[in-house]
Write a protein that binds this ligand. Structure first.
Ligand SMILES: [Zn+2]
Length: 121
């Protein structure tokens, strides 16, 4: 995979430290790109931290495990594909939860033509 962004460093800040830095950022002139992107990254980190995890967000991060009980004993039915969407009924043999995985067409690999070509005639 092509790396398009500069390397980053994982840092550990408390919510209070993040808030102080964002405050400081608002009091300063926003002329330096590194500074403004750092403040933006802090703001996004704060947003991510303030959102409580849902069963869905946890499942999307860890799709091999039941969204309810976290057990890995889940079984999928056949995948049904229609146009740009595919679905699969899934159930957990541990807690009997049932749900439908939904997949959407995201991209294609192609042979014999360039899918990124702008010649659409
Ligand atoms: Zn379960």
């Amino acid at each position: 995979m092509k790396q398009s962004t500069a390397p980053t460093t994982p840092i550990h800040l408390t919510n209070a430290q993040i808030n102080e830095l964002i405050e400081a950022g608002h009091c300063t002139s926003w002329e330096n790109d590194d500074f403004t992107s750092a403040i933006k990254a802090l703001f996004e980190a704060k947003e991510a931290l303030s959102k409580p995890e849902t069963l869905l967000s946890r499942y999307l991060k860890n799709p091999g495990h039941c969204p309810v009980c976290q057990d890995s004993a889940i079984e999928g039915d056949e995948v049904v594909i229609d146009a740009n969407r595919a679905t699969q009924e899934v159930s957990c043999t541990e807690c009997s939860a049932e749900w439908i995985d939904e997949y959407r067409l995201a991209s294609i690999d192609a042979e014999g033509f360039d899918p990124e070509s702008t010649d659409t005639n």
